[in-house]
Structures are given as structure tokens and as C-alpha cells.
Design a protein around this ligand. Structure first.
Ligand code: SF4
Ligand code: SF4
Length: 626
């Protein structure tokens, strides 16, 4: 018969032999934990210092820690069911910290929580509720890993994960069972020792397995660079990026050891999803393997045995991996760092890449077209020159100045600006922002372009920039900060949404599906503005992957200039997804996406939906004379 108000049963006393056994086992367990954890810690601490790291301001770090670690917000948001199961396990661990301390104290005869006292009874009940949730959570995760087996977790069954799940379940079960026995029974003593053995077995397993993230990931989240895709500056003439172990910084090493191998990054990677060899999880694990085998003092190359150069250059820098990672791993500084290493040491040889670099060294744009073509376009459209008196500098970008469709978008944006009586002008001397070379790792060229443009801005007294290209916005606003103070730059979607009331809306049944560009969404957190603009023109339809989960068009990271892809084309996969929504129109907000889809949709022939930028959707409602 169960007691009406059960309390947690503990053995009334422990013999000297029991205490000595407990002490010996605890020392052995802690020693086994340290034998591996000490090595890992040593490798992290002996990695190169992050020259640009600042602990302040603390507010952002504390918030990230609270939200992402304590609330498990990212874990739950991106994968609700398994995320919640994981959160139950994590919260169970937190609740059990006090219970576990008291458990060992009781074994040594100095318990500080009285199961019959008011606080003790309350706390043990609370922990029991968490234990139930934790047991259910670990059972769910076990079923997912061993029965459902999503491919992102890897083809190989992880028996260590199964054993860990068993230990966690045993911990919870032995704790809960202790509510249904009495203090002086043999069952109580057996349960107490089983609980103790499970704990002491669990501890050394942590650093020897991917469960190391239990200890490291709170620090990884707290210490992360923050922001999104924050590429650290190179320091000094000897810094070429990530070339060898000696280039791995403490943050990179900490992140490499924090990976929990959940595969979320890979699940969302457009390169991996279209048959390329790039696997962001393996990139991180490759660095971990390098650190394990060679350590941070090694001068052996990082690319080769541990990571592949081909994979590093297949990345579109879409940022889906970094956005998804639940333990704060920043993939883009790693991927761009590896590219920097390969480019700056001359190890990367690619005809298309070489041509792009040459185009930008000799001329002003990524396409290698004469600037006189830009001037002709400006004259034909009667775009005014920026003279310092206008409100906006209209930044054309390479696509807006030289690509035929990009030019149409710029012309339509200019019509809208005139319609709204907003003054603007274009620069006589505009060079590529350096976005593709920045992401491809050519820092010297990027610096030259950024400095030249910053000087032009300063000479022309530009304070506000508007552009149709999210890559330009990002590069001007964030990446150029390394070399000066850029003016405020905004994307035309933000401008158009702000002026929505002054733009005519139509009652239209036209279904328009919107493709979130990576550099506008994940990079700039702009999701609703383009949707508001589309809402003025027709009925917004969502693609299956939208907002933060949008699937890349394949152009970013300089890949628009690198020629044919291996596997399926990223743009074709995304275009097919957009076409399948049945929308009459595909709306884009980036000239690169537009250009990628243009080619992909050509295959669909006459049945393809029309492809329009949000500026074009807006301009077509303006009076013809404008
Ligand atoms: S940035 Fe995008 S393409 Fe590159 S590894 Fe991450 S998910 Fe894959
Ligand atoms: S890098 Fe992050 S998202 Fe990718 S497997 Fe590791 S923990 Fe998961």
C-alpha cells in the first residue's frame, strides 16, 4: 500500500565502510572525468587568443545565456518536439543539482535537506516533477535516435548515446522509486546505491563523448562573438586566416569541442542538400579531430586530412547552419577563415575565382565589364549624380549597374523614389562593395575595395545609402566597419515598407510567393517589410521553407561567380519549391536571387511563373508617366 503523502526515503545512516567506498568511488569518478576534461581544457586554453574578443558589453551575453541556455529557446524553436524533450532533460539536470549535492552529503552523514521538513519536502516534490519530465524527455530522444533515426544524426547508431540515455533514465527512476519505500528498508539502500553508481558512471562519460557539450556549451553561448556571421579581422602581417593549428583561436577550439553532433546545421545546409560534399557538422568535427590528434600548436594544414578545401568553397555563406546551431557554434567565421587560409597562402586555385579577383583588381565590378557601360545606363535612365544635396545615395552595386534584370530593378526603384519626391543620386565612382571577395577569403582585395568606397562616400558627404542588394547592405553596414565608419545603409524593402501608405495598393487575387534572401533575412533580420510591400500588390503565399528557414538561391559566398556546381543546382531546387506553391509570381528582394532563379525558371518554359523584384511589383502600379 502506497503512503498517502510519500516523502523521499533515504537510508537512515551509512556505515564507515560505505562512506569509504563512496569516497573512493567519487574520487575515481572525478579523476576519470578530469583525465579527459583537463586535456580538452588545456587544448582550448593553449589555442591562440582571440585578438578582437571583448567580454563587454555583458548585457547581450547574459541575455543569450538566459534565453538560449536556461530557457532552451533556440533548441525548442527550431525543432519543437525533440527540442522540448531535450529541454526537459536539461531542466531536470538543473533541478537535480541541489538534490545530487544533498545525496552525496547524506552519504557522508551531513545531509542539508530534510525530506520531512517544509523546504525539503517542497524541493524533493519539485525535483520529482522534473524527474518525470526528464524521464519522458530522454525516452522520447531515445526513440527518435534509435527508432525514427533521422538521417541528420548520421548513419551509424551511437551506442554511447543509448547508454547515456539509460543512465539518465536510471537516475530519474531510482529517485522517483525512493518515494515509495521507507527509510529503513533494504530497498531504500539499494535504490540509493544504484542512484549513486549511475551518477558516478555518468560523470566520466561526459568529457569522453559528445556529452561534453553539457559542460562546454553554456560557456560557448556566453562567450560567442554575437551578431551573425561576424568575421573577425586578421591581425598583423603573419595572420593569413585558418591555415594550421596555430591559427585556431580559443573561441574556435571551444566551439569545436562543444558540438553535440545534432546535425541541425547539416539538415538545413543547401550545399549538403543538393549533393555537395560540404557538411557543416563535419567541418566542426574535422577541427575537433585535428585538435585531438595534433593539438593547437601544430603547423600541419587544417585543410587536407581533417577538412576538405573543396567543401569549404562549396559554402554559399547562407548562414542556415550558424542560425540553427543550438550550442552557439559560429560556422561562418570558421568557413571564411578556412577560405582565407587557402586564398592568402595561394593554396586555392580556381580559374573562375582567379578571374573574379582579377576583374576586381583591375576594374570596379565583379563582372569585369567596362565602367562606361554603367555610365551609359545611368544616362539612359537619367539618374542624377549624387552631389551631397540629395537625401539618399542610390547604391547600384554590380548587379544593379551591369546585370540587365538588376538594371530594371534599379530603374523601377528610381521611379518610386521620384514618385515619392525623395531626392537621390548615384555615385560617379562606385566600386564593388567587396562582398564576394570578403566571403571567398581575399582580405587584401576586400580591404582595397572597402577603403576606396569609404573614401568616395566621405568625399561626397554621403550619410544615407539605399540599395536593391542585401549583400551590399550587409557589407557596407557591417564588414566595412573594420576600415572606417560607413554611412547608414538600408535595403529598398525597408524603405518601401516605411512608405507603404504613400504607395497605391490594388485589390488583386494574384498569388505571389516570396523568397527570403539569406542576406536580408538571417543576416539582417528583415522578414516582414518585403511581405508588407507584396501585400500591396497581391495575395502573399509562403514557400514551405520561409523566414529564418528559407532555402538559399545558391549565389552567396562568391559562388555566383564560380561557375558550375557539383550535384543539383541549389537555385533549381529552390525554384522548383517556389513553383510548386502554384503562385503566379515569384517575388524576390535581391538581384542575385533574381538572377539565379531566372536561369532556373528558364527550364520551366512558358509555364514558369513571372519573376519580379518587390520594387517592380510596386512600380508597375505607378502612373505610366513616372
Ligand atoms: S553557410 Fe549555408 S551553405 Fe555554408 S555550410 Fe552553412 S548552411 Fe551550408
Ligand atoms: S555544429 Fe551545432 S548544429 Fe551542427 S551538429 Fe554541431 S551542435 Fe549541431
Amino acid at each position: 500500500m502506497l503512503p498517502l503523502h510519500p516523502i523521499l526515503a533515504e537510508p537512515a545512516h551509512f556505515s564507515l565502510i560505505e562512506k569509504l567506498i563512496l569516497l573512493a568511488l567519487t574520487v575515481a569518478s572525478v579523476a576519470a572525468f578530469w583525465s579527459r576534461f583537463g586535456v580538452v581544457l588545456n587544448k582550448i586554453l593553449h589555442s591562440k587568443k582571440d585578438a578582437d574578443f571583448h567580454i563587454f558589453p555583458l548585457g547581450r551575453r547574459v541575455w543569450d545565456f538566459f534565453w538560449e541556455v536556461l530557457c532552451q529557446a533556440k533548441v525548442i524553436r527550431e525543432r519543437p518536439l525533440p527540442g522540448l524533450a531535450h529541454a526537459f532533460v536539461f531542466w531536470g539536470f538543473c533541478a537535480f543539482a541541489l538534490v545530487t549535492l544533498n545525496h552525496f552529503a547524506a552519504g557522508l552523514g551531513i545531509p542539508f535537506l530534510d525530506p520531512a521538513g517544509l523546504f525539503g519536502r517542497f524541493y524533493f516534490y519539485l525535483a520529482a516533477a522534473f524527474a518525470l519530465a526528464c524521464a519522458a524527455g530522454i525516452l522520447g530522444l531515445f526513440i527518435r535516435r534509435f527508432l525514427v533515426r533521422p538521417r541528420w544524426l548520421g548513419a551509424k547508431l551511437s551506442y554511447e548515446s543509448g547508454f547515456i540515455a539509460f543512465l539518465i533514465f536510471a537516475l530519474m527512476a531510482t529517485y522517483l522509486a525512493a518515494f515509495f519505500v521507507t527509510d529503513d528498508s533494504l530497498a531504500t539502500r539499494v535504490l540509493w546505491w544504484l542512484h549513486t553508481l549511475a551518477l558516478l558512471t555518468f560523470l566520466p562519460i561526459i568529457p569522453h563523448t559528445k556529452h561534453l557539450h553539457l559542460v562546454l556549451s553554456p560557456a560557448t553561448v556566453f562567450l560567442s562573438r554575437g551578431g551573425f556571421s561576424r568575421i573577425p579581422p586578421l591581425h598583423g602581417d603573419e595572420d593569413f586566416g585558418l591555415v594550421a593549428g596555430t591559427d585556431l583561436t580559443q573561441l574556435v577550439s571551444l566551439q569545436a569541442y562543444s558540438c553535440v553532433e545534432c546535425g541541425r546545421c547539416t539538415e538545413h545546409c543547401p550545399a549538403n542538400n543538393t549533393g555537395k560534399i560540404l557538411n557543416p557538422k563535419e567541418i566542426v568535427l574535422g577541427l575537433r579531430g585535428y585538435l585531438n590528434d595534433l593539438g593547437p600548436a601544430s603547423d600541419q594544414p587544417l585543410l587536407g586530412k581533417y577538412n576538405s578545401q573543396e567543401a569549404a568553397f562549396q559554402c554559399t555563406t547562407c548562414g542556415a547552419c550558424e542560425f540553427q546551431c543550438p550550442v552557439g557554434i559560429e560556422h561562418l567565421p570558421i568557413l571564411v577563415g578556412l577560405r582565407r587560409g587557402a586564398v592568402n597562402t595561394g593554396a586555392w586555385e580556381n580559374d573562375h575565382g582567379g578571374k573574379l579577383f582579377l576583374n576586381l583588381e583591375r576594374g570596379s565590378n565583379a563582372m569585369g565589364i567596362s565602367t562606361s557601360e554603367r555610365d551609359k545606363f545611368i544616362q539612359k535612365q537619367s539618374l542624377p549624380w549624387f552631389d551631397g544635396t540629395q537625401e539618399y545615395c542610390l547604391w547600384l552595386g554590380c548587379m544593379g549597374a551591369y546585370d540587365p534584370k538588376g538594371r530594371e530593378i534599379v530603374s523601377d526603384l528610381a521611379r518610386i523614389l521620384r514618385h515619392l519626391n525623395v531626392t537621390f543620386g548615384v555615385l560617379r565612382k562606385e566600386k564593388c562593395t567587396g562582398d564576394p571577395v570578403r566571403r571567398l577569403g581575399n582580405d587584401l582585395l576586400f580591404q582595397q575595395l572597402a577603403e576606396a568606397n569609404l573614401e568616395t562616400f566621405a568625399q561626397n558627404k554621403v550619410t544615407k545609402v539605399i540599395t536593391i542588394c542585401p549583400h551590399c547592405v550587409r557589407t557596407i553596414q557591417e564588414d566595412w566597419k573594420e576600415f572606417g565608419t560607413p554611412p547608414a545603409a538600408e535595403h529598398h524593402s525597408e524603405f518601401l515598407a516605411r512608405h507603404a501608405t504613400a504607395l497605391t495598393s490594388v485589390l488583386s487575387e494574384e498569388k505571389i510567393v516570396y523568397h527570403d534572401p539569406c542576406y536580408l533575412g538571417r543576416y539582417r533580420n528583415v522578414y516582414e517589410e518585403p511581405r508588407a510591400v507584396i501585400g500591396l500588390a497581391g495575395q502573399l503565399v509562403e514557400a514551405p521553407r520561409n523566414h529564418e528557414r528559407s532555402f538559399c538561391c545558391g549565389a552567396g559566398g562568391g559562388l555566383a561567380f564560380l561557375g558550375e556546381e557539383t550535384g543539383d543546382r541549389v537555385s533549381s531546387v529552390r525554384a522548383a519549391e517556389l513553383v510548386a506553391t502554384g503562385a503566379q509570381t515569384i517575388a524576390t528582394a535581391c538581384p542575385f536571387c533574381n538572377s539565379m532563379f531566372r536561369d532556373a525558371l528558364a527550364a520551366a518554359g512558358d509555364h514558369a511563373p513571372q519573376l519580379l523584384d518587390i520594387a517592380q511589383l510596386t512600380a508597375r502600379r505607378l502612373p505610366e508617366s513616372q
